[in-house]
Design a protein around this ligand. Structure first.
Ligand code: GLA
Length: 382
């Protein structure tokens, strides 16, 4: 089998035959174990980097342009270097590259003429951070050895997504891609933008099941949730001026709210509490406790935050009936994408067979099933 770095190098050579010696950078995707829709509320999340990644092969050039070939999309885009600082988004994959280049320039790292080939093994739209891994690998490639603090790199890539691509996302995905640690999940405090590494107990595997659906609603609903949380904060601030985000309240402080703001705030606050409990359970190897928290998270996302969908609910409910499954929930933004499942090691194969066949019978699609081990963060590979 051809390795991913070989694939991106071959793509570079084919599309930029006159290009110079390449350097290759890799940035991983992530799976979020628990702490969903808490990052833009300044709360806690617990993702881990995975061994699916985006690779960026780069060589400086003297044609005055930034040229980018995507092996996944099989398309080339290019921009004159002098146009990057005032470029506007075009609404396609090139925006991630251009947005990062623009943010680098604004941060004092001007981008020179270069040829860049990218290749990702992270399935797009699956909730495993294909966007962040593209941003982070591109940023490292365009930095070309200039150093930047890891936290600043994550924040810069988040700005590319928020300000250029136009998705008001939190910091989780870019942070996890930059800071991933082999063998550890990351409990990230999204207010201080810092983390603590969390070892996961032996005896259970992190199994991820891709529903292979992405409902259109996803993009607009994400914006709606961000807005609804801001509205809940506004209401709470009328009662206490000290509330600046939902991080500043706990689930028993929500009496002033009702209706939709109450449901959204109840999810965010209880989810933050679940991250703390899950971390504590992981530290003492309490797999049952961890599993129960995953299920509670899913129910909260399903009923209070309303970002699940029929296929994800089916995958979770089916998983909970399979031997050796401690818990399951949707992961990522929602409305499709993946579930994350905590499965006893000895039941992993059976889980894979049972969940795949049940889903295929119900929806006529074969889901991708992955077993992920926590992987290292972004780095140069060549
Ligand atoms: C998307 C966003 C993240 C986060 C999750 C939900 O993945 O990019 O910042 O908000 O949704 O937890």
């Amino acid at each position: 089998m051809v390795s991913a770095p070989e694939t991106v190098r071959a793509a570079f050579r084919k599309h930029f035959p006159d290009g110079g010696a390449v350097e290759i950078f890799r940035a991983p995707g992530r799976v979020n174990l628990i702490g969903e829709h808490t990052d833009y509320n300044m709360g806690f999340v617990l993702p881990m980097a995975i061994d699916l990644c985006c690779l960026a092969a780069i060589a400086p050039a003297n044609h005055g342009k930034l040229r980018v070939y995507s092996q996944n999309v099989q398309a080339l885009q290019e921009w004159p270097i002098e146009s990057i600082s005032d470029a506007r988004p075009a609404g396609n994959w090139g925006d991630y590259v251009l947005g990062v280049a623009q943010q680098l320039a604004r941060a004092g790292f001007p981008v020179g003429a270069a040829d860049l080939a990218i290749y990702s093994t992270v399935p797009v739209g699956s909730g495993l951070s294909s966007s962040a891994s593209l941003e982070v690998s591109t940023a490292l490639a365009l930095l070309g050895g200039r150093t930047i603090a890891k936290k600043d790199l994550a924040l810069l890539c988040q700005r590319a997504e928020r300000e250029f691509v136009g998705v008001p996302s939190g910091i989780m995905d870019q942070y996890a891609s930059v800071h991933g640690e082999r063998g550890k999940a990351l409990r990230i405090d999204c207010r201080s933008v810092s983390h603590q590494a969390v070892a996961l107990p032996d005896g259970a595997a992190i199994m991820v099941v891709n529903s292979m659906v992405k409902h259109e609603l996803g993009g607009s609903a994400y914006r709606d949730r961000v807005r609804e949380c801001a509205e809940a904060v506004e209401e709470l601030r009328r009662w206490s001026p000290k509330v600046h985000s939902l991080r500043d309240v706990i689930s028993t402080d929500l009496a002033p709210l009702s209706g939709v703001p109450l449901k959204r705030a109840r999810h965010v606050t209880t989810e933050g509490e679940r991250v703390e409990s899950f971390t504590a359970a992981a530290e003492i190897g309490d797999l049952k406790g961890m599993g129960d928290l995953l299920v509670a998270s899913h129910r909260s996302l399903q009923h209070d935050y309303e970002v699940s969908c029929e296929e994800l609910d089916f995958l979770v409910d089916t998983a909970l009936g399979i031997e050796g499954v401690y818990g399951a929930r949707m992961t990522g933004g929602g409305f499709g994408g993946c579930t994350v499942n905590l499965v006893a090691i000895e039941n992993v194969e059976n889980f894979e067979i049972r969940i795949s066949s049940a889903y295929e019978i119900a929806y006529g699609k074969i889901p991708q099933v992955f077993r992920f081990l926590p992987d290292a963060g972004a780095e140069q590979v060549l």
